[in-house]
Design a protein around this ligand. Structure first.
Ligand SMILES: *Cc1c(COP(=O)(O)O)cnc(C)c1O
Length: 433
């Protein structure tokens, strides 16, 4: 019996003697050693995902800037920094993380619609590569802050190309109704204005149309629109754009999706780029999910099986605070047992897999057929991106630890958050004696 179809997208995850292994490490033994819930990441999977981009960029003037909000744990950043990646950040905290993990400020792009003055100032002092400007008022503030420091701020304008990435509304960013980017029609005016500002120098153009994109068409549409703009900016305004940043957004296989590989996507994009005469331009990408999403699993223990009239519930010790994507976007994560032989003694039952948090939104998987017993361990798959980095302490639950496996070795890269860690910043008010 082949199990590959039940393990979407995780290249180094497989059953060996009925036991689920990640890169040659028994997930059962990691759960025993570190407890549950527990995140485990495969280094080989991340390197493999990156290699698709590297292959797609071979012989080209192109760079990967890892969108670190997908997973910003230091050891993950360290891995991408050591592979020569820059970073795409959305806060000053992320810049500090990138620097502490071995990243260089001059390889950092700063995205996001709400950059504060103090973040802009710190980023300028560190000497980042580029601010991706998302509005006219933000451009003014960057100019003012740069002038006050006696510097010129390097900027790109993030253009909203008004293309439908055909993804969930919460992760679609390139349509007119989104808060992101500058409307296509206003972009030329904003470049003309930016060109007049003494605290600004223009280095590029940027777009990012959404996330979990599984077809090439939205990218090709966006590329053509961006290249149209580049032509207009250069010919009408006489501004030369040093780079074109094409954002992130490439999807992964959560549940049978078949997104293009980064190298196949870029083969197609380069053909458009070459045909339009931009083949020598510096291109940059900001992938997040596609580099880390399928590299991670979250291990969890079944606390209770609760049969019901309409639904059977499988209550596990991971919850929406650890795995927020189902609650936020009704996202799908595959859920599989760590040990198949244990499940063989149980009946196959359709469960809603839920956490212990006091919210009806606290579900991890709906209508999943599982042969499991109380106390069994499960793996929630494709949890390398937008899980730990989105986790919270809701219900005073400490965040799980994280382990990175690397060719049979395992490294604890984050300890379990203790109650003391959680309470450290709080205090009681004085009481009258
Ligand atoms: C989130 C984000 C990315 C990364 O998106 P993925 O779908 O994870 O690849 C890239 N660029 C910007 C500006 C983002 O906000």
């Amino acid at each position: 019996m082949s199990h590959t179809s039940t393990l979407p997208g995780a290249p180094h995850l497989h059953y060996q003697n009925q036991e689920l292994m990640l890169e040659g490490v028994s997930l059962n033994s990691l759960a025993k050693e570190h407890g549950t819930p527990l995140f485990v990441y495969s280094k080989a999977s991340m390197l493999e995902a990156l290699s698709h981009y590297k292959r797609g960029f071979e012989g080209r003037n192109a760079r990967v800037h890892y969108a670190m909000k997908a997973n910003s744990s230091l050891a993950i950043l360290q891995l991408f920094a050591s592979e020569g990646c820059g970073f795409d950040i959305v806060s000053l905290g992320e810049l500090e993380r990138a620097l502490r993990a071995g990243g260089k400020a001059q390889d950092v792009i700063f995205s996001g619609v709400g950059k504060t003055r103090s973040e802009i100032k710190a980023a300028l002092e560190h000497g980042i590569l580029c601010f991706n400007v998302e509005s006219a008022p933000e451009l003014e503030v960057i100019n003012e802050v740069a002038l006050s420091l006696g510097k010129k701020a390097p900027i790109s304008v993030r253009v909203n190309p008004n293309v439908d990435a055909k993804t969930h509304p919460y992760i679609s960013t390139g349509l007119k109704g989104n808060k992101f980017g500058v409307a296509h029609e206003e972009t030329l005016n904003l470049y003309a204005h930016a060109h007049q500002l003494a605290g600004i120098y223009i280095v590029g153009i940027d777009c990012h149309i959404g996330s979990q994109i599984t077809t090439m068409e939205p990218y090709i549409d966006a590329l053509n629109k961006v290249l149209d703009l580049v032509e207009q900016i250069e010919s009408q305004l006489g501004i030369e754009l040093h780079h074109i940043d094409f954002g992130g957004g490439l999807g992964i296989n959560y549940h049978g999706e078949t997104p293009p590989m980064a190298d196949d996507l870029w083969k197609r994009l380069w053909s458009v780029i070459d045909a339009r005469g931009f083949g020598n331009r510096l291109f940059m990408v900001e992938p997040g999910r596609s580099l880390v999403g399928n590299a991670g699993v979250c291990l969890s223990e079944i606390q209770y099986l609760k049969p019901g009239e309409q639904k059977n519930f499988c209550i596990i010790d991971a919850a929406m605070n650890d795995l927020p994507r189902p609650a936020m976007y009704e996202a799908y994560h595959a859920i599989v047992p760590l040990q198949k032989s244990v499940g063989a003694q149980a009946n196959s039952v359709v469960y809603d897999v839920v956490g212990p948090v006091c919210e009806s939104g606290d579900w991890i998987g709906r209508d999943r057929e599982l042969s499991v017993l109380q106390g069994d361990l499960l793996a929630v798959l494709s949890t390398g991106a937008y899980c730990m980095s989105m986790s919270s302490n809701y219900n005073t639950r400490g965040r799980p630890p994280e382990v990175l496996v690397d060719q049979g070795q395992s490294h604890l890269i984050r300890q379990r958050e203790s109650l003391e860690d959680q309470l450290r910043l709080e205090s009681l008010i004085p009481t009258t004696p």
